[in-house]
Design a protein around this ligand. Structure first.
Ligand code: GTP
Ligand code: MG
Length: 248
């Protein structure tokens, strides 16, 4: 686990290389050594051979881990990566400890609600985000699987609180589905974010996880604002009552 000083140096270095030195100076001056730590569980589900393991490995391995060899995942595995973000508005540095769970397709019950409940014990419940992946170069069954899993996730109490992202992988190959139909269903009907990526070309892999982190952060900020508003309101009501004010 890096120390606070390490992280600040890392962020300063990253900022220096990607933007101006001025930005780095103001970051050092303003961030005040405050680093917030968040642990986020992201569960990746989807049809067999959609590229779930390849996408996770490319992300965790910084784009150096792709193999054409197909080795079906037989046991659930967890992958870890830490990411730093810097919010220019709040001057807040956040250290994200990501736990990415690769779920073998054979474990996913697609019909009975009973077996879905049992399945959730295996580290799938209560994730901050779910990525449901399909292969854009495959025929319909790959996307049908997405449809079924999404339905299960939104209807089960222990998964319904998670954000859902739909990812179409293998965009380096010809698209076999009607792309606008897919986008319509995902974005308009399901109101989910849709990503197209290729783990083979390392295309939009970082973008997918970056969008997940941003959405988790936005959700947390909205919840914090709602909580602050709630306590402010109740504080006001208490004051109002105790002072026995009356409006004339
Ligand atoms: N062309 C292309 N092939 C890919 C891509 N991603 C994965 N593959 C290939 O597709 C096959 C399956 O990839 P995996 O990552 O094992 O797929 P998976 O979804 O984890 O499969 P299961 O564990 O069996 O569910 C492998 O042969 C990969 O090399 C991609 O973006 N483009
Ligand atoms: Mg796999």
């Amino acid at each position: 686990m890096p120390t606070t000083a390490d992280l600040r140096a890392f962020v300063r270095e990253a900022t220096t290389s990607s933007s101006s030195t001025d930005g780095a100076t103001s970051l050092t001056a303003d961030c005040n050594g405050q680093i917030h730590s968040e642990t986020v569980k992201i569960v990746v589900l989807g049809a067999a051979c959609a590229g779930k393991t390849s996408v996770i490995k490319q992300f965790v391995g910084n784009g150096q881990e792709f193999s054409d060899h197909y080795d079906p995942t037989e046991r659930k595995s967890s992958h870890f990566k830490t990411v730093l973000t810097f919010d220019t508005n709040t001057q807040k540095i956040t250290h994200w400890a990501l736990k990415i769970v690769d779920v073998p397709v054979t474990d996913v019950p697609i019909a009975a609600v009973m077996s879905w409940s049992n399945f959730l014990q295996f580290d799938v419940a209560n994730a901050a985000a779910y990525v449901i992946m399909f292969d854009v170069s495959a025929q319909f069954h790959s996307f049908d699987f997405v449809r079924t899993i999404r339905e299960q996730l939104v209807n089960h109490p222990s998964t319904s609180g998670g954000l859902i992202f739909i990812a179409g992988n293998k965009v380096d190959l010809p698209y076999q589905l009607n792309r606008s139909d897919i986008m319509h269903v995902v974005q308009k009907q399901w109101k989910c974010q849709y990503f197209e990526c290729s783990s083979k070309k390392n295309f939009h892999i970082v973008g997918l996880f970056q969008a997940i982190i941003e959405a988790v952060q936005a959700k947390q900020s909205a919840a914090a604002r709602a909580k602050a508003h709630h306590s402010e309101f109740h504080g006001f009501r208490r004051t109002f009552k105790s002072d026995k004010c009356c409006i004339q």
